[in-house]
Design a protein around this ligand. Sequence first.
Ligand code: E4P
Length: 221
Amino acid sequence: MKFFADTADIDEIRDLAATGLLDGVTTNPSLVAKAGRDFFDVLKDICAAVEGPVSAEVTATDYDAMVQEGRRLADFADNIAVKVPLTWDGLKACKTLRQAGAMVNVTLCFSATQALFAAKAGATFVSPFVGRLDDISEDGMQLIRDIRLIYDNYPALETEILVASIRHPMHVVEAARIGADVCTVPPAILRKLADHPLTDKGLKAFLADWQGTGQSILDKP
Ligand code: E4P
């Protein structure tokens, strides 16, 4: 499974990219607003910091303007994935932008039929928002199960399932069990994925015992 960072904070992105474990980045207008910087300055920094896809969202809502904005974004860097909302205009724009060779992430997906249409429109990624469904007492991960099943029924569909709106590590575990292609994760949650108290406890004990031997690995010729 691929891991994307769900943020427009360049310091976080650089730090995570240095691990070699980051496969891409997703941004949205709210995350860009939170970063408090010029959109294209932020994008330039992010696209230079990671090799994988960087999702940048259009803000127009009608087809013509979405395509215009999408082309501008796609031309900005080779690793931009243009993000369009899952509306009829967005689906139409997805098809056009894909035909022009751009990567497209169809976002704000909340149902299996929406995901089916995104794939039919040739989306590179579809972004189902699991946390926002959980927030309204629906089962976000059930949507991922449904989309996986449906896409697997039609092997010609090449759209990757990009699980979004992740709120906690169990969302990631469940997404991996189901076989989702990508999880986009806020940095604070991403960092938790490699933590375990027993790892810390075990390491502490090993190092205390090692110190008692008085030896050093690097001291040996
Ligand atoms: C995905 O691309 C979105 O940026 C993101 O996952 C939305 O998450 P939220 O529901 O926490 O805002």
